[in-house]
Design a protein. Structure first.
Length: 607
């Protein structure tokens, strides 16, 4: 037997892998890249102006002071020139910085949008097993997507707004230092690889902690989501303290991981700051020594010149630990995000068979099925669901009834055995075409955020208002809708559970498919509503293939044929009265239902 494969981020990404994965989302915005690169180059040149001006200004002022007769005219000329150059440079730098950040942020937002759209589109193509696999719980998936998009878009932003300008400026500054004096340039160059090596060691040692924090974020998101979804049960049992304690335990574990990671980070950052200061001291000492020995080309102005240029060289170093931290966070979160985006094995399989007419004749032969958690739900199941007939699946909870419906709708694939529809293997059917011809009403149907009309039209987006009204009437919800202040424009989430169930049934009427799966369709309704919906369902059953799962005796005995399941096995089959006469599971369920309804007292009451 095979089991559904758990989908998790498995690849250990490096920076090169990260850039390769992001590149397809950045390339569509080539014009933004070109503009940003041009602005970066201009900004990098502007960053060197202060050093050049200070070098020339110091030497010019020093020469002016050493003249036998001091000239204020020359001094004013020097100061005016310095002021114009520096103020002009600041104006240009401000404009360059504004547009650079604006276009960089624009790219980040656009890439973030594309990442979000693509991952949602990708998930919608996945088979149902992906969403029920361990590790793919709603909260964990949401955390992987949200944090993945945030970290990846920040990586784009960091590259164009932080990394590229800083390193371009650093390379220019280093080049100017070598042009001025090769020895000073070598000193500056020697400090950089040491700093990078320390940063690499830091990232390597902290990677495990970062992965732990990533897993902690997922656990926190899932825990909070579970509390919100279970709030009614929690409060009814007065278990607020227990749930708060569980959340506190998760948060404490997360806190310990974060504190330990930050402790290591601060230790390495302190070491890197020390290295940077050593570089500055060495530059000052070497430059001063060369001036003192009257080395060719070395003047007092060159001391400030080299110190300021080294500040531009070390600027990326000062920012590197923060940028590198962000990059390593992006590596961790990118594994989870691209694990979803590249999960090709999770894409729902589809065939090409889509006939003009779907009859609805199903054959299951020796079918086994196991869920991703290892629980086998079906064992050697064989049954024939006849076209145009009503087939009921009966059994206690956990018998495998809903699993069969999920297999027939291609939500899952059997481990072994075969399932055919109208003589064609189900796997060869076009999945979208198959589901267009199947109406599914569950015990608990999802209502989307939107109006009542929008929710009903989910059954047929092209339906007219008149068709929506007709479906609402068929589902016996129309009278209640028109009594609402906003009628069909009322938000559907404001309706009661029973009303929402009728909205779901109205969807099915609007879809009007040849095959109908009903999984406890009246479980949330009162007795009168149940009778009304039963009448509507009876009307739509005519000439269709219907599979119904219900504990309602009235719906079971209306079936043309029933299959009785027990612990994943088919143990009985036949017409309802015939199976009842056989005794066994069906008779036990039928008699228990009759007793629970006090059928004898009801019969005496209505005499």
């Amino acid at each position: 037997m095979t089991t559904e494969k758990k989908t998790e981020p498995t690849g250990k990404m490096n920076i090169l892998d990260l850039l390769k994965n992001i590149l397809p989302f950045v390339l569509p915005y080539k014009w933004l890249i070109c503009v940003t690169l041009g602005l970066t180059l201009v900004g990098s040149f502007m960053a060197q102006v202060n050093a050049v001006v200070l070098d020339r200004a110091v030497d010019a002022i020093n020469a002016l002071i050493q003249q036998p007769q001091f000239s204020w005219g020359n001094a004013v000329s020097i100061l005016t020139t310095i002021s114009i150059i520096l103020l002009g440079k600041e104006v240009i730098s401000a404009l360059v910085t504004f547009f650079q950040r604006y276009y960089g942020e624009r790219m980040r937002i656009l890439v973030s949008r594309d990442l979000s759209v693509n991952v949602v589109r990708r998930m919608l193509s996945f088979r149902m097993a992906f969403f029920t696999s361990e590790g793919n719980e709603t909260g964990k998936l949401q955390s992987r997507i949200d944090r993945g998009i945030m970290s990846l878009s920040n990586t784009v932003n960091n590259f164009f707004i932080e990394i590229l300008p800083l390193f371009t400026s650093a390379i220019l500054a280093l080049g100017l230092m070598f042009m001025a004096n090769v020895y000073v340039g070598l000193v500056a160059l020697c400090i950089v690889p040491i700093y990078f090596w320390v940063t690499y060691i830091q990232a390597k040692r902290m990677k495990g902690g970062r992965r732990g924090i990533f897993g902690g974020h997922q656990a926190v998101s899932q825990s909070i989501l579970n509390i919100i979804e279970s709030i009614t049960v929690i409060k009814s049992f007065n278990r607020e303290k227990i749930e708060a304690g569980r959340q506190a335990d998760i948060q404490r574990t997360m806190t310990d991981l974060q504190l330990n990671t930050r402790k290591q980070s601060y230790m390495f950052n302190g070491l890197k700051s020390f290295l940077e200061q050593i570089g500055t001291v060495l530059i000052i000492i070497l430059t001063a020594y060369l001036v003192l020995i009257d080395y060719p080309g070395m003047t007092i102005g060159k001391i400030m010149y080299h110190v300021m240029l080294f500040a531009n060289v070390s600027a990326p170093i000062r920012q590197l630990h923060r940028i590198y931290d962000d990059m390593n966070d992006a590596l961790i979160y990118a594994e989870g995000f691209f694990g979803i985006l590249h999960a090709d094995n999770e894409v729902e399989e589809t065939g090409k068979h889509h006939p003009a007419e779907v009859k609805g004749d199903f054959h299951l032969s020796n079918v086994d099925f196991t869920y991703s958690n290892g629980t086998q739900a079906l064992f050697d199941v064989s049954m024939h669901i006849q076209s145009g007939k009503i087939t009921a699946l009966v059994g206690l909870s956990g018998a495998g009834k809903s699993t069969i419906v999920n297999l027939l709708d291609k939500f899952y694939h059997p481990d072994c055995g075969s399932i055919t529809l109208d003589g064609v293997v189900l796997g060869e059917w076009d999945t979208q075409w198959l589901r267009e011809n199947v109406g599914l009403v569950l015990q608990k149907n999802h209502i989307f955020d939107g109006t009542i009309e929008e929710n009903i039209k989910y059954g047929n987006p092209d339906a007219t208002h008149e068709e929506v009204v007709k479906a609402a009437r068929q589902a016996y919800i129309y009278d209640q809708i028109v009594q609402l202040p906003n009628g069909f424009e009322t938000q559907a989430l404001q309706l009661s559970g029973g009303q929402q169930q009728r909205i779901a049934i109205a969807r099915m009427f609007l879809k009007n498919p040849p095959i109908i799966f009903l999984d406890e369709p009246t479980a949330s309704l009162d007795a009168i509503a149940t009778e009304q919906i039963k009448a509507s369902i009876d009307a739509i059953k005519a000439g269709r293939t219907v599979i119904i799962i219900s504990h309602n005796i009235g719906q079971i005995i209306d079936a043309d044929y029933i299959y009785v399941l027990k612990e994943g096995h088919v143990v009985q089959g036949g017409k309802p009265d015939e199976v009842y006469q056989q005794g066994g599971v069906y008779k036990d369920i039928f008699d228990a239902s009759a007793r629970s309804m006090n059928v004898d007292k009801i019969a005496n009451t209505i005499k």
